[in-house]
Design a protein around this ligand. Structure first.
Ligand SMILES: [Zn+2]
Length: 360
């Protein structure tokens, strides 16, 4: 049923799991399946639940309001610490119809919280890095795609006296805005808006990123479909200064992903691999100085396209998790080469001893 389908997307579980009558426990709250579920309300509740049941690690933050006046929130996963940490940003659902993207953001949060104590990689990077996760960037469009038009892509801003709707938020950032691969016609799916950051959703994200940019090491934005890991730029074929390293890490991430189920990904710049486009969030993030910026295009390669069957949600999330954590691990080791110093007296003694040796 559509309810099963919806819940499987929302909770990152397969339809089969839900059909087994397996109830879903998030925190202390038991979720049933209701026919009148309101998508955003429930993602919102899910975020609140996640925060309440992991209050030592997770906080929910207000980012801004959408065109239709819905609040936007992101989750911050931070291990309490005295030291200055850096930030990993990830957003999902900038394009409404790419439902697998928000499902992945939720999956990612769930996995981190379930495994951070037992998984040595996660516990290592959480000592150095805070994770900022925006599960649904384009809230209005996402709801519209659930309620009215499954293949809706843009936000819901009205133009031409309400005869034409929606700006492509991934053409609306201030990176060579309006120059290539966009339309100025508001009925087009790549309408870039009336100016850079003309949309409140774009502005909300851009303001936060701008404010924190000196601490942000990594900007990940999750889309579907095509099975690509894309590096800057879309607006020019001129490679970014760190393109070799971006490619190296991207290939490493794709290899980790493939190992799980054999799914193959291509890695490259948007303009060389796909098409030219301006005003993307990833290009913008790199242009303002965030070194590791990637766009993920998740499953599949076109068989089902945006309407990915529910039984692919879980494997897609599992394999993508491996790619994303590969990138985070790399960034962690690069910027925190000393690693997470364990506070047991023996290892502290050993690391002091080693650092003395290295200095001499
Ligand atoms: Zn997209």
């Amino acid at each position: 049923s559509s309810c099963t389908f919806f819940l499987s997307y929302l909770l990152g579980m397969t339809a089969a799991e839900l059909r087994c009558g397996k109830s879903v426990l998030i925190g202390k709250r038991l979720w049933g399946c209701f026919e009148d579920l309101i998508v955003w309300l429930h993602i919102y509740q899910w975020m609140t639940e996640i925060q309440n049941s992991n209050s030592e690690l997770v906080t929910q933050h207000y980012l801004g309001n959408t065109v239709e006046n819905r609040p936007m929130y992101y989750l911050q996963i931070s291990q309490p610490s005295d030291k200055t940490k850096k930030i990993i940003w990830m957003d999902c659902g900038i394009h409404a119809r790419e439902w697998i993207a928000p499902a992945f953001c939720q999956w990612f949060v769930k996995e981190i919280l379930q495994n951070y104590k037992s998984d040595p990689n996660i516990s290592r990077f959480l000592q150095n890095l805070d994770l900022y996760i925006l599960p649904v960037l384009n809230v209005d469009g996402y709801i519209y795609s659930w309620e009215t038009d499954r293949l809706w892509r843009k936000n819901r801003s009205p133009h031409m006296n309400g005869t034409c709707y929606g700006t492509d938020l991934n053409r609306n950032f201030n990176s060579s805005w309006g120059s290539v691969g966009v339309s100025y016609n508001c009925s087009s799916i790549t309408f870039c808006g009336t100016g850079p950051e003309s949309e409140p959703e774009t502005k909300a994200v851009a303001q936060l990123i701008e404010r924190k940019k000196s601490d942000i090491l990594c900007y990940l934005t999750i889309h579907s479909y095509g099975q690509y890991i894309l590096i800057p730029y879309g607006s020019t074929t001129e490679p970014p200064s760190n393109s070799e390293e971006l490619m190296y890490v991207g290939e490493k991430a794709a290899a980790a992903l493939t190992e799980k189920y054999g799914t193959s990904y291509e890695v490259g710049s948007t303009s060389l691999l796909l098409y030219s486009n301006s005003g993307s969030s990833r290009d913008w993030a790199h242009m303002i100085g965030i070194p590791f910026t990637y766009t993920f295009e998740l499953r599949d390669t076109g068989t089902h396209g945006f309407v990915l069957p529910a039984d692919q949600i879980q494997p897609t999330c599992e394999e993508t998790m491996l790619a994303v954590t590969t990138i985070i691990d790399y960034v962690d080791h690069k910027y925190f080469p000393g690693g997470a110093v364990m506070l047991s007296s023996s290892s502290l003694g050993l690391s002091l001893c080693l650092s003395t040796l290295l200095e001499n």
